[in-house]
Design a protein around this ligand. Structure first.
Ligand SMILES: Cc1cc2nc3c(=O)[nH]c(=O)nc-3n(C[C@H](O)[C@H](O)[C@H](O)COP(=O)(O)O)c2cc1C
Length: 360
C-alpha cells in the first residue's frame, strides 16, 4: 500500500467514502500494510507531558474510532495515534451518505455523528494491546465524546475518562464535533468550566482508586468556528481548570468560497486544505491567549511539511492530520517528517520545541 498508493488510492476512491474507509481499516487489521521501518530522525523527537514522542506527527481522531488499528498506524510512521471519538454506548451515527469527497479542494465534508462500537469494546481493545505489548510501545491517545441521546453530557465524558485513564497515554475531551446536536455548546464558558471540573475530578478519583498510576494528561479539542470572545473564554477556562493541553482544531461548519456548490450545502464538518488557514489563525490566537503555557496539538488541513512547520511556528508542539492521508496515502507521513527535519535544520533549530511559536 505504501508505494502502491498511486494504484490503490484510485481504487479506494471508486467506492463511496464510508466503504473505502471500512476497506482501509480491514486492510490495516489484517496487516496487509507493510510497516515503515526507517529510523526516526533524532531532531524530530519531542518530550511532552512526560511522554517521549518519536516524531511530532500524529493520526487525528476519527480515523480509528474503535481503536482497532492503532499499532498498524504507528507502524506506518506516525509519532502517535489518537483513537475515538468513543461514546459510552455504541451508536450507529447518521444515515448514509454522510461523507463527501471534494478532491479538487483536497477536502472532505463529514457528518458521521460519532458512529462507534462503544466504550466497553474500545477499552477492551486497548487493554488487550497493553497486555500484549506492555506500556511504552507507541503513544495512543483516547478521544471521548457523548452519546447523541444523553441528557447529562458531562456524565458521558466522566464515564469515558474514568474507563480509559489506565489504558491511554493521553485523553481528549471532544466538545467540537459539529455532528452531535448541542455538543459544541459545551465550549461556552460556564458549561466548559463545569465539564472540565467534573472530568478532572473523575481522573483524580481514578488515580486514587489505583486504576491509573497517575492520571494521563487531559486535553480539550476545540472547533475552529469560535468567535474571539469564545476563544478568550476557552483559554481562560482551560488555564484555570488545570487541563494539560489543547487540540486546535476540529472540522469547520464554515463554507469558504470555491467549494463545489453541489456539495457546499451538505451539512457537516469540512476538513482538509480549506481548513488550514482558519484553523492556523485560531491556533495562533489560542497560543497567544494562553501565553504558551499549555501545549497545543495543531490540526487542520496539513498536507505537506511546510504546513506542519507553519503550525509549529504558529504555536503547535505536535501536529495531526487526517484528510490529506485519504488523497495522498501513507507515503505522505515520511515526506512530512523528512521535510520538517530539513526545515528545522535550515532554520538552526535543534528540536521541534525550539521552533514552537517562532512565527508569531
Ligand atoms: C471522516 C472524519 C471523521 C472524523 N471524526 C472525528 C472524531 O470522531 N472525533 C474528533 O475529535 N475529530 C474527528 N474528525 C476531525 C479530525 O480529527 C481533524 O480534527 C479534522 O479533520 C482536521 O484535520 P484534517 O484537515 O487533517 O482532516 C474527523 C474528521 C474526518 C475527516
Amino acid at each position: 500500500m505504501i508505494d502502491g498508493f498511486s494504484l490503490v488510492g484510485p481504487i479506494l476512491r471508486s467506492f463511496d467514502p464510508d466503504t473505502a474507509h471500512d476497506l482501509t481499516i480491514r486492510a490495516l487489521k489484517t496487516g496487509l500494510v507493510p510497516p515503515v521501518c526507517r529510523a526516526e530522525d533524532p531532531i524530530l523527537r519531542c518530550r511532552l507531558w512526560g511522554l517521549d514522542f518519536p516524531n511530532p506527527l500524529g493520526m487525528a481522531a476519527g480515523f480509528d474510532k474503535n481503536a482497532e488499528v492503532v499499532d498498524s498506524l504507528l507502524r506506518l510512521g506516525f509519532g502517535f495515534v489518537e483513537a475515538g471519538t468513543v461514546t459510552p454506548r455504541p451508536q450507529p451515527g447518521n444515515p448514509r451518505p454522510r461523507m463527501f469527497r471534494l478532491p479538487a479542494q483536497g477536502a472532505l465534508i463529514n457528518r458521521l455523528g460519532f458512529n462507534n462500537r462503544g466504550l466497553e469494546a474500545f477499552a477492551g481493545r486497548l487493554a488487550a494491546r497493553r497486555q500484549r505489548s506492555g506500556i511504552g510501545t507507541g503513544i495512543v491517545g483516547a478521544n471521548v465524546g457523548r452519546n447523541k441521546d444523553t441528557v447529562d453530557a458531562a456524565a458521558d465524558y466522566v464515564a469515558g475518562v474514568a474507563a480509559l485513564a489506565p489504558l491511554a497515554d493521553y485523553l481528549v475531551v471532544n466538545v467540537s464535533s459539529p455532528n452531535t446536536p448541542g455538543l459544541r455548546a459545551l465550549q461556552g464558558r460556564e458549561p466548559l468550566a463545569e465539564l472540565l471540573g467534573r472530568v478532572r475530578a473523575a481522573l483524580a478519583g481514578a488515580a486514587l482508586a489505583g486504576s491509573a498510576v497517575a492520571p494521563p494528561p487531559l486535553l480539550l479539542k476545540i472547533a475552529p468556528d469560535l468567535t474571539a470572545e469564545d476563544l478568550a473564554d476557552v483559554a481562560e477556562v482551560a488555564l484555570a481548570s488545570g487541563i494539560d493541553g489543547l487540540i486546535v482544531s476540529n472540522t469547520t461548519i464554515a463554507r469558504p468560497a470555491g467549494l463545489p456548490p453541489a456539495l457546499a450545502g451538505e451539512a457537516g464538518g469540512l476538513s482538509g486544505r480549506p481548513l488550514f488557514g482558519p484553523s492556523t489563525v485560531v491556533l495562533a490566537e489560542i497560543y497567544r491567549l494562553t501565553g504558551g503555557r499549555l501545549p497545543i496539538i495543531g490540526c487542520g488541513g496539513i498536507a505537506s511539511a511546510s504546513d506542519a512547520y507553519d503550525k509549529i511556528r504558529a504555536g503547535a508542539s505536535l501536529v495531526q492530520l487526517y484528510t490529506a492521508l485519504i488523497y495522498r496515502g501513507p507515503g505522505l507521513i515520511g515526506e512530512i517528517k523528512r521535510g520538517l527535519a530539513a526545515r528545522l535544520r535550515a532554520d538552526g533549530f535543534s528540536c521541534v520545541a525550539e521552533a514552537v511559536g517562532t512565527g508569531l
